[in-house]
Ligand binder design. Structure first.
Ligand code: FES
Ligand code: FE2
Length: 374
């Protein structure tokens, strides 16, 4: 799909109307959706910066084990997490200066993945010509991002990690929750784009009564514009407590904009509330993701005049202020997503009517991205 496709919302989508049972083609398309690969030609957030130190840290991105570590300069390096000698995990080893040392026989690898030292190499023996795949890696906005795809595509298309300027900005309080769900990533993004599931969340939800007003889609993203009633108005110093004391919340109308910026998700509710989900699909039935919540302190003009060191201290002190809220939301969603995955395996052909047209747009984008891998 080139250019922008605008979809006006008229209530129930076609799949929500009564009619004949779905065709074989429709059923097969649906099955493929739950078994779609990812488009590897994007940056994926695989770890938080503070998870990666001098000890190797293993992650998995779409069936590829990757080991992350910091070299002597503090730069993060990323290599395939598989020793070319006996195929064990390099993340079980150690870092020695700029080199990664395998736990088993102590072979050493540089940041480019070349084997550069074997402790018991004989005088007449040469280093074997073996190496480990290096991944492009960046540390940006509190996260470690890797690019698992075609590096020519990365350069030519100017692909970059999703910017998160609020992470370091002194006017935002940050909370992070980890989503670890035994379900295909398509279930998670459909959940995040469907604001009509607030029924599940009760006191944890920041908004109520959303109505989908407008939908836009391109080959890179889907933007769904809802109108909703927000619970939060962060304009007094005590208003921050609305994050953890539901009784203090005041309903008022706000735009609720949610976007699938492939492969990640971003949502804003008015000016005070932003939430993002950084996807790290692990395999066909396992998805990890970081859910980030940003609360704005823009309304506190006096606060902005205080010394930067105090504002930095306050931001650090309030890190995680919305933890119960975010963890509560995640726990409720995980139960539903895992049931969806189980139900799919039990009967891949079963499909209920879907009333939210944003989901069809999201499914199209997932298919296009997975199918246009270069
Ligand atoms: S298995 Fe890694 S050094 Fe032997
Ligand atoms: Fe949810």
């Amino acid at each position: 799909m080139d250019g922008i496709q605008e979809i006006k919302h008229h209530g129930a989508s076609d799949s929500g109307r009564r009619g004949p049972s779905p065709s074989t083609e429709a059923v097969s398309k649906r099955n493929q959706l739950r078994q779609l690969s990812i488009n590897p030609n994007h940056w994926y957030a695989v770890a938080r910066s503070d998870e990666v130190g001098q000890r190797p840290h293993g992650v998995v991105l779409w069936q590829q084990p990757v080991v992350l570590y910091r070299d002597s300069q503090g730069q993060v390096q990323a290599l395939a997490d598989r020793c070319p000698h006996r195929q064990v995990r390099l993340s079980q080893g150690q870092v020695n200066g700029d080199r990664l040392v395998c736990a088993y026989h102590g072979w050493q690898f540089d940041a480019a993945g070349a084997c550069v030292h074997i402790p018991y190499l004989g005088e007449k023996q040469r280093l074997p010509n073996c190496g480990v795949r290096p991944y492009p890696v960046r540390e940006q906005d509190g996260f470690i991002w890797i690019f698992p795809g075609n590096t020519d595509a990365m350069a030519s298309r100017g692909v970059a990690p999703l910017p998160l300027p609020e992470w370091d900005h002194l006017n935002y309080i940050v909370t992070v929750s980890v989503i670890d769900v035994n379900a295909h990533y398509s279930f998670l993004i459909e959940n995040l784009m469907d604001m009509y599931h607030g029924h599940l969340h009760d006191d944890y939800q920041a908004w109520k009564d959303p109505i989908l007003k407008h939908l836009q889609a391109t080959s890179e993203r889907v933007d769904a514009h809802y109108q909703a009633q927000s619970y939060y108005r962060i304009d007094k110093i005590w208003s921050v407590s609305q994050l953890f004391i539901p009784a203090l919340r005041q309903l008022h109308p706000e735009p609720l904009d949610v976007s699938y910026v492939y492969p990640n998700w971003v949502a804003t509710l008015g000016q005070d509330f932003k939430i993002c989900c950084l996807f790290c699909p692990v395999d066909l039935a396992h998805t990890r993701a970081y859910l980030l919540h940003f609360t704005s302190l823009h309304a506190f003009h006096r606060l902005h005049k205080l010394p930067v060191t105090f504002r930095r201290w306050l931001k650090t002190r309030l890190f995680g202020a919305a933890q119960p809220l975010l963890d509560g939301l995640v726990a409720q969603d995980v139960v539903m997503l895992e049931q969806e995955q189980q139900a799919f395996w039990a009967d891949p052909q079963a499909q209920g009517p879907e009333l939210n047209s944003a989901l069809a747009a999201v499914q199209r984008l997932m298919r296009q991205q997975a199918e246009t891998v270069v």
